[in-house]
Design a protein around this ligand. Structure first.
Ligand code: ADP
Length: 225
């Protein structure tokens, strides 16, 4: 298991626990993502993909089970330690870009690095390099509202990778784009992931995109089929 970047074991999660409307979302789920592996997570809406990604990325806690990131078990860590791991080792991408509207593309990629104590000049150089890799260096000074949907997502990918995480968690990263743009943006994401040797867990509805990943997992009834 030493080459597992993410290992989930026996993860259970319910909402409204103990109440009449209790929703059991995950029931003893096991999942491993190896170093350099890109895994697709396919499930219908409401099956618990976001819940699973939030637990894997330490944004939420499970009722039972363990989360291990880069060989380190997260259960029982303080909030501060969890935040540190999340900031340094995990990158997130969502269906909507969630970029800060009052800042430029470059600044949106610089800010998380400053929060991680990276010097400004280094952070800017890294941001430019990432923007170049996804083909939108010329857009560095544009604000999100001045970018197309596909460009916004490319910036969101760069932001997720700004601090050199080991694990990328993505929740329908191209779900908000038209099919042709989704295809190109997904290709840019895959290239970035492969170039950096990153491991990724990518939730998608799109079976054609899922088939381009290393492995496809189906979430069904709270466990992986
Ligand atoms: P997906 O990402 O696959 O669409 P989610 O993980 O968002 O699914 O949600 C899984 C199930 O849990 C859904 O039935 C949803 O309604 C329910 N759910 C999610 N968050 C909450 C919450 N905070 N309180 C109650 N139910 C929730």
């Amino acid at each position: 298991m030493s080459d597992a970047v993410l290992a989930l074991k026996g993860i259970a999660k319910s909402y409204l626990k103990g109440m009449p409307g209790e929703v059991r979302v995950l029931s003893g789920l096991d999942l491993t993502v190896k170093r350099g592996e890109v895994v697709a997570l396919v499930a219908p809406s409401g099956a618990g993909k976001s819940t699973l990604l939030h637990i894997a990325g330490l944004l939420d806690t499970a009722d039972a089970g363990t989360v291990t990131i880069s060989g380190r078990e997260m259960t029982g860590l303080s909030d501060r330690a969890r935040t540190e791991v999340r900031r340094g080792e995990v990158g997130f991408v969502y269906q909507f870009h969630h970029l800060l509207p009052e800042f430029s593309a470059l600044e949106n990629i610089v800010l998380p690095q400053l929060a991680n104590a990276v010097p400004k000049a280094t952070a800017e150089a890294r941001a430019r390099e990432l923007l170049t890799r996804v083909g939108i260096a010329a857009r560095a000074d544009h604000r999100p509202a001045e970018l197309s949907g596909g460009e916004q997502q490319r910036v969101a990918f760069c932001r997720a990778l700004a601090n050199g995480p080991k694990l990328l968690l993505a929740d329908e990263p191209t779900g908000n784009l038209d099919p042709a743009t989704a295809d190109q943006v997904f290709a840019a994401l895959m290239e970035l992931v492969r170039d950096t040797g990153l491991s990724a867990l990518i939730a998608t509805h799109n079976l054609e995109l899922a088939a381009r990943m290393d492995r496809v997992l189906h979430l069904d009834n709270g466990v992986l089929a």
